[in-house]
Write a protein that binds this ligand. Structure first.
Ligand code: BG6
Length: 490
C-alpha cells in the first residue's frame, strides 16, 4: 500500500481513544497499514507531539484487543513515532493553512503520491465547515487519493441530513465519502451476505414462500450513560433504529446481487430500502411502539429510571425503546413482516436476527399429540457471534418424542479484528461495500420521518417499561396481532 496521511479531527475524543487508535495499532501489527504513514491528530488545545504520543499509548494499553508491547519496545515505539499533533480551531482558515504545510512536509518525507484520509471524529455540526475548509485550504487537492470517513449521527431528520450531505458534496465526491455504521463492520453482519448468497440451500428458501417473519433485535443492558445531552435529543429511533437496525434489515432482506462488489451490493440494498412500505403519521401508532425505561432490577442490581438519570429532566418524553413492524413491498417479501426492536436497560445485551420459517408440518404428528416447531435460523451478532439452525428431531431419551435441536457454528471472538479495524482497513483500500451510501441514508430517513413527526406531534403513546425487562407489552402485541411472538432465547 502506498504512503498515506491519516488526518484525524477530534484526536482527544472518546471515540479516538476507545476505537480509532486501537484499530490503527492492530492494523499496524497485522501489517495492514501502509509501510509509510503519518497520523496527524487535531484538537483545540496545544501540546507537543510527545504528549500526544503518550495519550495514544495510554489508549492502546486500555483498549487494544491485542496486548501492547513493553514501553519503548520496537513495534510500539515505531508505531507511535508516526503520530503528530496539530492544534486546530475548525473555524480558523489559517489553522488549515498550517496543517497543509505539515501534511506536505510529511508527504515529502515519506514519498508517495499524497494519499489523504480525513477522519471526522467530531460532532456533525462541524462536518460542513471542516469539509469546506479542507476544500478552500488546498488540503483537498492532491495528486493521490483523498477520502473522508464520518460517523453517525448523520443528520437529525430528513431535512438536516440532506443539508449535511449537500455541504459535504461540495468538497467530496460520493465515492470519496465513507460513512461508518459500525454494525456493518460486525463479523456476523458481514457474514450474512455469504451465508445467504453463497449457500444455494439457504438462497432457495430466502423468500416469502418459506419465511414467516423476521425479527431483528438490538437490546442493551446499559442505560443512557454519560451521554444525556446527545441521547435525550436523539432517542432510540435516531440512535439505533434509523441507522443500525435499518442497515441490518437491508443486509438481511437484500436479494442476490449479480456479483459481489460494493456497487452491486449497494444496488440490492437500495432496492430493499426503497421498497419499505411508507407509513403515514396517522398510521404510525398501529405499527410502531415507543417506550421509556423506569426503575427496575438488572442483573440483581437496582437501577434508576430514565428520568432520574443524570442530565435527564423529569419531563423527558424521549424514547429509549422502539419496536416496529415493517413491510417490504418487494415481490419476494410480500406479506412477510419484519419486526425490529431496540432498547436500553433491557434484560440482556443481545443483537440478533431470528428468521422464522413457515411451518406446514405443524400437525403432522397430531396423532401422537405432538406439534412440530417452526424452523429458525438464528444469527447472533453480539455478544456471541453464532449462527444456529433450529430443527425438529426425535429425542431418543424420551421415547422418540419431538425435540428441537440446533446445528450451529460460532466464531472465536478473541482473535478477530474489531468492526473499526475492518472498516478503517476497507476505507484505506477504497472498498465501500460495508459503508452506508447516501441513497441508503436518505431513504432510511424518508421512512423514519413520518415516525418522528408522529412522535413529536404526540400521536404515539410513550410506554413505560421496567429496567431489566424485555420492553413494553405493546411491543409483544405488535407481533401477536399477526400470530407471532418474539423469540427470546430460541
Ligand atoms: C451506538 C449507539 O451507535 O451503538 C449507542 O450510539 C449504542 O447508544 C451502541 O450503545 C451499541 O453498539 P454495540 O456494538 O454495543 O451493539
Amino acid at each position: 500500500m502506498e504512503a498515506m496521511t491519516f488526518i484525524l479531527f477530534g484526536a482527544t475524543g472518546d471515540l479516538a481513544k476507545r476505537k480509532i487508535y486501537p484499530a490503527l495499532y492492530n492494523l499496524y501489527m497485522d501489517g495492514k497499514l501502509p509501510s509509510a504513514f503519518t497520523v496527524i491528530g487535531l484538537g483545540r488545545r496545544e501540546f507537543p507531539d510527545s504528549v500526544y504520543q503518550g495519550q495514544v499509548e495510554q489508549s492502546l494499553r486500555q483498549f487494544s484487543r491485542r496486548p501492547v508491547a513493553e514501553e519503548g519496545a520496537a513495534p510500539l515505539g515505531d508505531f507511535l513515532s508516526s503520530f503528530r499533533y496539530h492544534p486546530l480551531n475548525v473555524n480558523h482558515a489559517e489553522d488549515y493553512g498550517k496543517l497543509l504545510e505539515l501534511v506536505r512536509s510529511r508527504e515529502q518525507a515519506l514519498g508517495g503520491p499524497g494519499n489523504r484520509m480525513f477522519y471526522l471524529s467530531v460532532a456533525p455540526d462541524f462536518f460542513g465547515v471542516i469539509a469546506q475548509q479542507i476544500q478552500e485550504s488546498g488540503l483537498g487537492t492532491t495528486s493521490g487519493w483523498k477520502r473522508l470517513i464520518i460517523e453517525k449521527p448523520f443528520g437529525h431528520d430528513l431535512a438536516s441530513a440532506r443539508l449535511l450531505n449537500e455541504h459535504l458534496s461540495h468538497s467530496f465526491e460520493e465515492e470519496e465519502i465513507f460513512r461508518i455504521d459500525h454494525y456493518l463492520g460486525k463479523t456476523m453482519v458481514q457474514n450474512l451476505e455469504t451465508l445467504v448468497m453463497a449457500n444455494p440451500v439457504i438462497q432457495a428458501v430466502w423468500n416469502k414462500e418459506y419465511i414467516s417473519n423476521v425479527q431483528i433485535t438490538a437490546s442493551e443492558t446499559v442505560g443512557v450513560e454519560e451521554r444525556a445531552g446527545y441521547y435525550d435529543q436523539a432517542g432510540a429511533i435516531r440512535d439505533m433504529f434509523q441507522n443500525h437496525l435499518l442497515q441490518v434489515l437491508m443486509m438481511t432482506a437484500m436479494r442476490r446481487p449479480e456479483r459481489i462488489t460494493a456497487r452491486h451490493i449497494r444496488e440490492e440494498k437500495r432496492k430493499i430500502i426503497e421498497s419499505l412500505r411508507p407509513i403515514a403519521p396517522a398510521e404510525v401508532a398501529a405499527t410502531v411502539v415507543r417506550g421509556q425505561y423506569e426503575a427496575g432490577v438488572l442483573n440483581g442490581k437496582e437501577v434508576v429510571g430514565y428520568k432520574q438519570e443524570p442530565g435527564i429532566g423529569p419531563d423527558s418524553r424521549n424514547d429509549t425503546f422502539v419496536a416496529a413492524r415493517v413491510s417490504i413491498d418487494h415481490p419476494d417479501w410480500q406479506g412477510v413482516p419484519f419486526y425490529l426492536r431496540t432498547g436500553k436497560r433491557m434484560a440482556e445485551k443481545s443483537t440478533r436476527i431470528v428468521v422464522e420459517f413457515r411451518n406446514p408440518t405443524f400437525d403432522l404428528y397430531a396423532s401422537r399429540g405432538e406439534k412440530t416447531a417452526s424452523n429458525l435460523l438464528v444469527i447472533e451478532i453480539n455478544p456471541n457471534e453464532k449462527v444456529s439452525f433450529v430443527l425438529n428431531a426425535k429425542d431418543p431419551r424420551n421415547e422418540g418424542r419431538l425435540e428441537t435441536v440446533d446445528m450451529s457454528f460460532a466464531t472465536e471472538q478473541k482473535e478477530l479484528p474489531e468492526a473499526y479495524e475492518r472498516l478503517i482497513y476497507d476505507a484505506l483500500l477504497g472498498d465501500a461495500t460495508f459503508f452506508a451510501h447516501w441513497n441508503e441514508v436518505e431513504l432510511a430517513w424518508e421512512w423514519v420521518q413520518p415516525v418522528l413527526e408522529a412522535f413529536e406531534g404526540g400521536m404515539l403513546p410513550l410506554h413505560p417499561y421496567a429496567a431489566g425487562s424485555n420492553g413494553p407489552q405493546a411491543a409483544d402485541n405488535l407481533l401477536q396481532e399477526n400470530g407471532h411472538s418474539w423469540w427470546l432465547d430460541p
